[in-house]
Design a protein around this ligand. Structure first.
Ligand code: SER
Length: 300
């Protein structure tokens, strides 16, 4: 699928489920000194996740241009970029897990046509006073049943600690500054069975392995907590959902293409680099790595 088509289908899918399409804000955050660049769709929405009333309502959707430098050393492999578009949908104290998880699954499998057998999910295993997200486990089992699959924990659904399945702008609960919202999340991974596991990343492959066989394509954050000055987590006045999905990776998944740089939006850049360098993308490992870096940094 083409990038613009996938973006449009996503916006329309959630628009027809009561969401207002909001514009992508500037990459330079407005009135927000916490990061140099806008790094996710939720960033401009923090006041509304904390309870302020959003003028466009409680259901929002968009595709937000985002920049993250934390993976900058990874750029050059087949899937990491610093700049990407994040498909987001938000419930600001409106719907919660029971509505959002089935919608995302429907979008990925029915609207976009991804094979459910290649989708795996993770949930929060719990920490301290916040228990394991058994509700999401049960929901995922029900969701997979609708496509005739029996999803078992340890095979299709995996529980991970806060390091992997808790999301806030600052990471795990211990790292959140006072006032910061966050919560447990449920991630969705797409499997590329043709990618052989690389033992450099560990003995066994798993959904969170970095070898490239499993690629994260979506993340539903159940943003319902706020960090307090005494270090504890309190419940927010409203339960929010903050979903983010990588547009470029999703397009690659629809093409069964493990290399994100092979999607349509990179094609003109790659062609230009090929003609300037006289090298063919994909033939020479180092030249390919360099072309990916230039594509990503140029676009960023
Ligand atoms: N904020 C979450 C993320 O960036 C989901 O949008 O992954």
């Amino acid at each position: 699928m083409k990038t613009s088509e996938l973006r449009n289908r996503y916006l329309e899918f959630f628009r027809s489920r009561g969401h207002t399409v909001i514009p992508s804000v500037s990459l330079i955050p407005d009135n927000d000194p916490t990061t140099l660049f806008t790094s996710s769709g939720m960033q401009p929405l923090v006041p509304y996740l904390l309870g302020q009333v959003h003028p466009e309502g409680k259901r929002l959707v968009n595709s937000q241009k985002s920049f993250r430098a934390q993976d900058i050393e990874e750029v050059g492999d087949n899937r990491h970029t610093t700049f990407f578009e994040m498909l987001g949908n938000w419930s600001l104290g409106d719907y919660f897990k029971r509505e959002q998880l089935p919608w995302v699954f429907e979008f990925l499998t029915k609207e976009v046509g991804l094979d459910p057998k290649r989708l795996y999910v993770s949930v929060f295993e719990g920490q301290g006073s916040i228990g394991k997200d058994n509700e999401s486990v049960e929901l995922w089992k029900e969701i997979y049943k609708t496509v005739g699959m029996e999803a078992k924990e340890g095979e299709r659904i995996f529980a991970y600690p806060a390091r992997k399945n808790w999301w806030s702008r600052s990471g795990e609960p211990e790292k959140m500054p006072p006032g910061e919202p966050g919560g447990p999340d449920s991630e969705i991974f797409f499997e590329f069975p043709n990618v052989q596991h690389d033992p450099a990343f560990g003995e066994k492959c798993h959904v969170n392995c970095d070898c490239g066989r499993f690629v994260e394509i979506g993340n539903s954050v159940f943003m319902q907590y706020k960090k307090e000055a005494d270090g504890s987590l309190s419940e927010l006045s409203q339960k929010n959902v903050d979903f983010g999905g990588g547009l470029e990776r999703l397009v690659a998944a629809t093409l069964n293409e493990a290399d994100v740089f092979k999607i349509d939006i990179f094609a003109p850049l790659v062609a230009r680099l090929e003609s300037a360098s006289g090298k063919k993308y994909g033939e020479d490992t180092e030249a390919t790595r360099c072309m990916r870096i230039i594509c990503d940094h140029g676009r960023a």
